[in-house]
Design a binder for this molecule. Structure first.
Ligand code: AMP
Length: 336
């Protein structure tokens, strides 16, 4: 399994790659990091590229191409690489395909983290104080974002043609993004089997694998129809329908399912249901639209009040949680 992850500077490619590496036992190949190491070690190459990187421009395709070939050709990393920050333009995308083919490998999935320039500016400022990277300042951040945008369009089209591209909203929380990525990776056919073999290599015992669907580890000891409701967007009705469609007895426990059945459920949910991150995103977009329209429902959302006509002065509130002062009314003291 080889993965490509890209997104504008500050999108969280590094953070997410790190999480994928730990979870799936891959090796992270960050061209930005390799180049920064060269600068830190004051090598000939480091001296040559320092100015380019600090100005927010791209280093030459030949230099980065040579760096990544060293890793792709290394048998230790064969089919265990996550490319973070490469390719950044069409030439590099084609070169990556060429190199992988040369060493008898391929890309299995391409993840694109989308984040707006406004959020990037904010994150870069935060990172500047944490990591003290020379290229992290507002002006250069904007330049790097623009360089990324212009160069990446043909790369996106290139991967769209091969049907490998998956776009992820990079503006949610680290764990939400990571859950979504894990779900996508595990959704790749045969991969679950590969991880299992890797994890348990050398052990004779047969192990029960973790049933992970839509990025969620569903409970092992519950019956399937209940366990599936742990996925955001699947209720009891849908979960029973899924079991019926796949001819899986809904009273069976998750730990009694075969690997094939778990895969079937996962594929069925992917194809027929909007769940977890996708669903949350759709709901938040819908709410935002209502708020922007400033209609009644939108104004209720804005005030965090029930939108469907429920009374707010008694227990009929749908939104629970800490009491908040609304429209000049006194805050009702919370019971301790
Ligand atoms: P990153 O850590 O991925 O944000 O990369 C930091 C800097 O390294 C970029 O602004 C570029 O100057 C350089 N760089 C990283 N990857 C590449 C690449 N694939 N091609 C050209 N330059 C790169």
């Amino acid at each position: 399994m080889n993965i490509v992850i890209f997104g504008p500077p500050g999108a969280g490619k590094g953070t997410q790659s790190n999480l994928i590496v730990q979870k799936f036992k891959l090796h992270q190949l960050s061209t930005g990091e390799l180049l920064r190491q060269e600068i830190k070690n004051n090598t000939e190459l480091g001296k040559e590229i320092k100015e380019i990187i600090n100005a927010g421009s791209l280093v030459s395709d030949i230099i980065v191409g040579n760096l990544i070939e060293k890793h792709i050709s290394n048998p230790i990393f064969k089919n265990r690489l996550i490319f973070d920050g490469y390719p950044r333009n069409l030439i590099q995308a084609k070169n990556l395909n060429h190199l992988l083919k040369k060493y008898d490998q391929k890309i299995d999935i391409v993840l694109k983290l989308s984040v707006s320039l406004e959020i990037i500016k904010k994150r870069i400022l935060e990172r500047k104080t944490l990591e003290k990277r020379a290229d992290d300042n507002q002006e250069i951040a904007i330049k790097r974002y623009q360089t990324y945008e212009t160069n990446i369009k043909p790369v996106i089209d290139f991967y769209k043609q091969t049907n490998l591209l998956r776009v992820i909203n990079g503006e949610t929380t680290i764990s939400e993004i990571s859950n979504e990525i894990s779900g996508l990776i595990e959704g790749i056919k045969g991969w679950l089997w590969e991880i299992r073999q890797y994890k348990y290599a050398g052990k004779q015992k047969t192990h029960k694998f973790m049933a992970r669907i839509a990025g969620i580890n569903i409970p092992q000891n519950k019956i399937v129809s209940i366990a599936l409701t742990y996925i955001h967007g699947i209720g009891l009705h849908s979960s029973k329908k899924i079991c019926k469609a796949l001819e899986i007895p809904s009273s069976k426990r998750v730990n009694e399912l075969s690997e094939e059945q778990v895969l079937k459920i996962r594929e069925f949910i992917d194809a027929n249901h909007k769940v977890e991150g996708d669903l949350r995103r759709e709901v938040s977009v819908n709410i935002k639209r209502l708020v922007d329209l400033a209609c009644y429902k939108g104004s209720r959302h804005k005030k965090k009040l029930p939108v469907r006509g429920q009374r707010t002065q008694c227990n009929a509130r749908t939104r629970k949680g800490k009491a908040i002062a609304i429209a000049g009314k006194k805050l009702t003291p919370l019971k301790k």
